[in-house]
Design a protein around this ligand. Structure first.
Ligand code: 2NE
Length: 275
């Protein structure tokens, strides 16, 4: 792969290559924990990838190893900038803007694959969770820490986790704050596969290329359908938005617009009432 740099950021790296985007959290000295700036940069890169009609698959990963040899996907919110009401940005405004990022990853009509080497912990664990797919290196470590460090994620972090691994396991993960190996995560259905560390990106690119050969609209509607089952009216809005998009692409839908613009009654008689 010949990744091209899209834009230089402070806390992340952003590359593209042949239909794939790669977004890398680049704070290895903090186990890739995110501060508000990191999240704003991630949000911008994901928004760019969403807008780019060449891009169908986004790989989300973390820089590693750190100088101590350890790897991390992401260790959640940066506790050193946590203030009284959230994580403080450069102006001292408290933020939980990672929740906006979670929603963007889930709702964007493209496939997001988490590539996890090392720690996916706390809010970093929730980030891999909200990705469509997760490929882990054999050194992957998964877990929540909220009740240990005075935090929790009662959104996707709790209910979506329970949808994936079941209620009992999700409660165990949150109440005990244990760490689980990649193999254990695979066995509980939390991730899609485990590969040797040096094959992680290669495997992500392979899965991405396979997906890129599929129908964009089919993938788009499937992602929205999977979301709709969990996301209530927000999920239905997303799915219905896709139905509207498809309707606009039909002659029947276009006839309504055309008739309005031509100031004539619409002629829908030419279209059947299908059984
Ligand atoms: C990730 C973990 C288990 C790694 O342990 P270890 O022993 O390999 O590394 P160590 O020494 O703890 O960390 C290395 C350096 O990274 C920093 C550490 O402070 C340390 O820095 P130095 O002492 O070398 O200067 N670091 C690691 N994680 C950090 C973090 N989250 N914030 C700031 N600095 C961090 C171990 O490091 C760990 O347990 N980390 C904390 C995980 C955690 O509790 N994250 C926050 C959960 S809450 C959250 O993310 C959240 C939420 O619940 C709701 C909404 C939004 C966010």
């Amino acid at each position: 792969t010949q990744w091209q740099i899209v834009k230089n950021y402070e806390d992340i790296l952003y590359h593209k290559w042949q239909g794939l985007a790669k977004i890398t959290i680049n704070r290895p000295h903090k186990r890739n924990a995110f501060r508000p700036k990191t999240v704003f940069e991630l949000y911008e890169a994901f928004s760019d990838a969403r807008e780019d009609r060449q891009i169908g698959v986004i790989l989300l990963t973390g820089t590693g190893p750190h100088t101590d040899g350890k790897y991390a996907f992401c260790a959640g919110g940066d506790q050193s900038v946590r203030g009284q009401a959230g994580y403080l940005d450069d102006e001292g405004v408290p933020r939980l803007n990672v929740l906006d990022l979670q929603r963007l990853i889930r709702s964007m009509p493209k496939v997001v694959i988490a590539l996890v080497a090392g720690y996916a912990i706390g809010g970093g664990h929730v980030l891999h969770l909200v990705c469509d797919l997760t490929i882990a290196a054999d050194n992957g470590i998964f877990g929540q820490t909220g009740p240990k460090v005075g935090s929790f994620d009662g959104g996707f972090g709790a209910s979506y986790l329970a949808r994936i691994v079941g209620q009992k396991k999700a409660r165990e993960i949150w109440y005990l704050c244990r760490q689980y190996t990649a193999q254990e995560a695979l066995e509980m259905g939390l991730i899609n596969c485990v590969v040797p560390l040096d094959k992680l990106e290669e495997e992500g690119v392979k899965w991405g290329q396979e997906i890129l050969g599929k129908s964009p609209i089919a993938i788009r509607c499937l992602k929205a359908a999977f979301n709709a089952d969990c996301d209530g009216q927000a999920g239905l809005q997303e799915l219905a938005g896709n139905a509207t998009l498809l309707y606009y692409m039909t002659e029947e839908g276009a006839e309504g617009k055309q008739a309005f613009l031509e100031k004539r009654p619409p002629n829908f008689h030419q279209y059947p009432w299908l059984p």
